[in-house]
Design a binder for this molecule. Structure first.
Ligand SMILES: [Zn+2]
Length: 496
């Protein structure tokens, strides 16, 4: 039964689907008409007929039929409608079978399964969000490779336009259309047909990126607010991006634009932070100009991909001490040591940028002693007492079940200290400090760990080279090295 309902018999082409759907509806309509005809079509209309054999008695006097001998009891009997019960029952049985099949199939496959691809693509804008019926049905068609090239292009054109509830560049768009592209772009760009490939490429390249700025609602006046920047795109290439965020704060002149680059994909949802100077008390609707550039590889010139202004709103009230309580004691400090004690450092033997990565296990802070407490720590990795890198990381401590997603950043690194070959007697130490500006990144807390601990640690060697670092500041040495080499002025041609 499963395969009968699976839709394969309907065919996968629009033509086959239309034919099957129209055929089914025509069959149902025909059977309904047949039942009606059998029961109601053959009325007497003034004719006088024998109610048993339907012989015409127009010129026969009396109530006895000369054909079959039936004798009627009243004159009314001779003007009855002729009803063909056998045929009617057959037609109704067949009709309910066909109707039941149509409904049953809809139950298994959804009503949308009756619509051809072209109509589904056409219905996308009004077909609900990412969980809507139209998207679900299209997902199934795509998975069974049921869309023709032209339908794929129609779908991508629709994605480029978006719709009223899912405008390009928004979270809604990413959920509804971006998800399809995330899943299928490799497949489409890997097709044999070069013409098709290049059309897909052009359409994807014209998709706007999604850049989102967020921040906490309230900041203290003694710590500069931090804006979280997250960006993603659906371009097949380029692989590199540069994002410039220029805040303009009334009364605070000379706020530098923040520039970050992403050199090694894949692009991550985890973004980065833009730091503002401490601000006076008041409400802020901060206009920020965002400029996103792209290129396909290091050394190329950046191409403008998007420029727009967004607004980020927050309040600056009171002081840090009034917002978060600083807590520390021996038990809390020991728990923080335990977070880092057993994981050690991972050192990539083939280098790469940031070749030493910090391991941790935050579970020792998932206890009642950390309820309502943010752990926002800056970790300094020291090699023989010399700072090699830092790691900022923050999360929500405490027992219970809640979103424990943590985030991190690298405010400082020195690959020369970290990447130098291992030596006998190398001493590795982590210096860990709780910082309020990091704790403020965690939502829903009233306290933060404000201690400082040192943890001796060890190196675990890992083959290969260190992976993607995500977004890095444009003045990072790695980012600088990827910039185009300034062209030397052409040599004057030698005369003679
Ligand atoms: Zn008769």
């Amino acid at each position: 039964m499963d395969s009968f309902f699976s839709g394969q018999w309907l065919g996968t082409s629009d033509w086959a689907r239309w034919t099957a759907v129209i055929g089914l509806l025509a069959l149902l309509a025909g059977l309904v008409f047949l039942a009606w005809w059998a029961l109601f079509a053959d009325r007497a209309k003034g004719r006088r007929r024998c109610p048993r054999c339907w012989y015409d008695l127009a010129y026969t006097p009396g109530r006895t039929c000369p054909e079959c001998g039936h004798t009627g009891r009243s004159e009314k009997e001779f003007s009855r409608t002729r009803r063909r019960w056998g045929l009617a029952i057959l037609a109704m049985l067949a009709g309910s079978l066909v109707g039941g099949f149509i409904i049953d199939r809809a139950k298994y496959e959804g009503w949308m399964s009756y619509l051809p691809n072209t109509m589904l693509v056409w219905l996308l804008p009004v077909g609900g969000d990412a969980n809507g019926l139209v998207i679900s049905e299209l997902d199934a068609r795509m998975s069974s490779h049921g869309l023709s090239d032209e339908q794929w292009l129609d779908l991508l054109r629709r994605a480029v336009k978006g719709d009223f509830a899912a405008r390009p560049g928004t979270e809604e768009w990413a959920d509804k259309y971006g998800r399809i592209i995330d899943r299928w772009d490799d497949d489409l760009l890997g097709r044999e047909d070069e013409e098709f490939r290049s059309q897909v490429f052009e359409l994807l390249m014209s998709l706007p990126p999604q850049v989102e700025l967020s921040t906490r609602e309230v900041w203290p006046e003694d710590i500069g607010p931090t804006l979280n920047v997250a960006a993603r795109h659906w371009w097949p290439r380029p692989d590199q991006m540069r994002l410039t965020a220029t805040p303009s704060i009334r009364g605070v002149p000379g706020v530098e634009p923040d520039v970050h680059v992403l050199l090694d994909g894949p692009i991550q949802r985890r973004g980065y932070s833009v730091h503002l100077p401490p601000l006076e008390q008041g409400g802020y609707d901060l206009p920020i100009t965002l400029k996103l550039e792209r290129r396909s590889q290091s050394g190329e010139r950046w191409q403008l991909a998007m420029q727009r202004q967004v607004e980020v709103s927050f309040d600056v009230t009171q002081r840090l001490d009034d917002m978060l309580e600083a807590v520390t004691d021996d038990d809390l400090d020991q728990a923080i040591r335990d977070v880092f004690a057993n994981s050690g450092l991972v050192k990539y033997q083939r280098g790469g940028s940031l070749p030493v990565r910090v391991g941790l296990d935050p579970r020792p802070t998932y206890v009642e002693a950390f309820d309502g407490t943010a752990v926002g720590v800056r970790i300094e990795v020291q090699r023989n007492g010399q700072p090699g890198r830092m790691l900022d990381i923050w999360w929500h401590g405490g027992a219970g079940r809640f979103n424990r997603q943590h985030a991190w950043e690298v405010p400082f690194l020195d690959d020369e200290v970290l990447g130098a070959p291992d030596e006998e007697g190398d001493r590795w130490t982590l210096r860990i400090r709780g910082l309020p500006q990091l704790a403020l990144r965690v939502r829903g807390v009233s306290k933060y760990w404000a201690g400082e601990v040192e943890v001796p640690t060890f190196i675990r060697r890992q083959r290969g080279s260190a992976g993607s670092r995500g977004w890095i500041p444009a003045d990072d040495p790695v980012a600088q090295a990827a910039e185009p080499v300034e062209e030397a002025p052409p040599e004057p041609a030698e005369a003679g």
